[in-house]
Design a protein around this ligand. Structure first.
Ligand code: F6P
Length: 308
């Protein structure tokens, strides 16, 4: 049994507010319940429990997204005391309005859209920006609104190419020779299932639009969204999440996850969060507002109206 740990004191966390990443070297890839080693998958959870007890820990503060908090929940069932802190760029944890990391990713995606705007406009092209978001379209929605995208495609609203085509044409009629599309990596075209997991829907859309006569360029933002300096909003909520986590430890209130609701950070039981995904509601205010000003979500032309 190896107990690899770092003792944290004030000096270890001093001067890191403005940088991203992890000072611990932690990763969300190693699941102690299904640990991959030498081509085999084994359950090493008891080892994690033993290390926890051998170090005399009072609780584990677990910082991460759905995968991490699910593991934390399973560990809590083995008797470990947990405090969860919602950190993911995906913003898809239930019961919390904003996870930290999300606004930084939105800001990177918005800046990318601004840059693509310039070149799309000069070259009279359709620019497609693919953001992260396998299951939930939060980054695409927020960046799309902030970056003034003409079309926003998210997993929660399956799209058809006819609706996207129509929006581009409408803009052309108004003298706008370019269009900006932002799509989440998990956006789904109605009736299409990709056989190859490596194929990206953003490239499929780029192809489809090219075939319809629109010069198109696709940019996959990928991991650029997960790196670099956090925006001030994330620094602020991370500071408060940290403070509230410490408060829970002092109060010995365990097996809780911190959540931001309204302007307040409170906590809810870990089992109310684990295993669930916060999808973008299809009637979210930002979707309604965007539709009202003519943004397409790729679903305006209904299935029955599409000629085969
Ligand atoms: O959950 C965070 C996230 O960045 C997702 O948005 C994305 O789909 C996934 O991780 C990418 O994972 P990986 O870094 O393993 O490619």
């Amino acid at each position: 049994m190896t107990a690899d740990f770092v003792e944290l004191d004030q000096s270890s966390v001093s001067g890191i507010l403005h940088i991203g990443g992890t000072i611990l070297g932690t990763t969300n890839r190693d699941n102690p319940f299904a640990f991959k080693e030498h081509g085999e998958v084994t359950d090493k959870s008891q080892m994690a429990v033993d290390v926890y007890h051998s170090l005399g820990l009072e609780c584990l503060v677990v910082i991460g997204g759905d995968g991490t908090l699910n593991i934390a929940h399973e560990l809590s069932e083995l008797g470990l005391k947990i405090i969860g802190v919602p950190k993911t760029i995906d913003n898809d944890l239930v019961l919390t309005e904003v996870t930290f990391g999300f606004m930084s990713a939105v800001s990177v995606a918005t800046e990318a859209l601004d840059r693509l705007h310039t070149t799309a406009e000069s070259h009279h092209r359709v620019s497609i920006l693919e953001t992260m978001g396998r299951d939930a379209g939060w980054i695409a929605l927020f960046a799309g609104v902030a970056g003034g995208a003409d079309v926003i495609l998210i997993p929660e609203i399956p799209y058809n190419v006819d609706s996207v085509h129509q929006k581009i044409l409408q803009r052309r009629k108004k003298g706008k020779k370019f269009s900006l599309i932002v799509m989440a990596e998990g956006a789904k075209e109605e009736g299409v299932t990709l056989s190859d997991k490596k194929t990206k829907m953003s490239y499929v859309l780029e192809d489809a639009l090219e075939k319809r006569g629109f010069e198109s360029r696709c940019t996959v933002l990928g991991h650029l969204q997960r790196g670099g300096s956090p925006v001030s909003y994330d620094r602020i909520i991370a500071t408060e999440y940290g403070y509230q986590a410490a408060r829970l430890i002092i109060e010995r209130k365990f097996n809780q996850v911190l959540v931001l609701q309204g302007s307040e950070i409170t906590s809810v039981a870990l089992d109310r969060v684990s295993g669930l995904t916060k999808f973008v509601p299809v009637d979210h205010n930002l979707i309604m507002a965007s539709r009202a000003i003519g943004v397409s979500f790729g679903d305006e032309i209904k299935k029955e109206e599409i000629k085969s």
